[in-house]
Design a protein around this ligand. Sequence first.
Ligand code: DC
Length: 214
Amino acid sequence: MIVAIDGPAGSGKSTIAKELAKRLGFTYIDTGAMYRALALKVIKMNIDPQNQEQVVNILEKTDIKLSEDKVFLDGVDVSSEIRTEEVGNVASLIARYKKVREVMVEKQREIGKSAKNAVIEGRDAGTKIFPDADLKVFMTAKPEVRAQRRVNQLKEKGFVVDYNHILQKIIERDKMDYERQESPLRPTEDYIILDTTDKTIEEVLQFLESLIKR
Ligand code: DC
């Protein structure tokens, strides 16, 4: 069984997808972590993320692996390092490139196919990676709520953050992810739309668990 969870930044999809996979004993596939890993390399190598040719060039020399909830970049565990807003924004920029998406989607399909059951989260999990997913959920919430969640999450990890800055970045990232040409973030009619603005994590989890069991 494949469960696809898509949605914009801060919609709660990572928290939900990870916990849902754990409770159901499904493989968890965090597709955003792969774009973030490549973004981290782009930043470290001082490459301009707007330079598609250079980004694609380093992509060909990069090894990205997902293992449970960890991501490895050229053999190094970068799971914590990729969680900054800067990496998220660069990930959004390089995720616009067709070649980058092709390589990532191929890897993501391989991981999904080798798993018996999987929860896969991303922006294109149920539209592009697994269009035949058994359940497709589009999680969303008001930008202000998503920004506040992101602030709390980053604070917990020890980062110093400013709410207004994060809100502005979320709005910018939404624009890029929704308006890009390649696999824009857009639910098709077979998605269940789940607005989590006024819902707790536990409420969302129980709702999804009951849907899956049914
Ligand atoms: O979900 P996230 O914040 O970790 O994702 C970071 C960026 O990566 C996001 O802004 C767009 C891109 N992304 C994508 O284009 N497709 C995916 N399946 C996952 C992420």
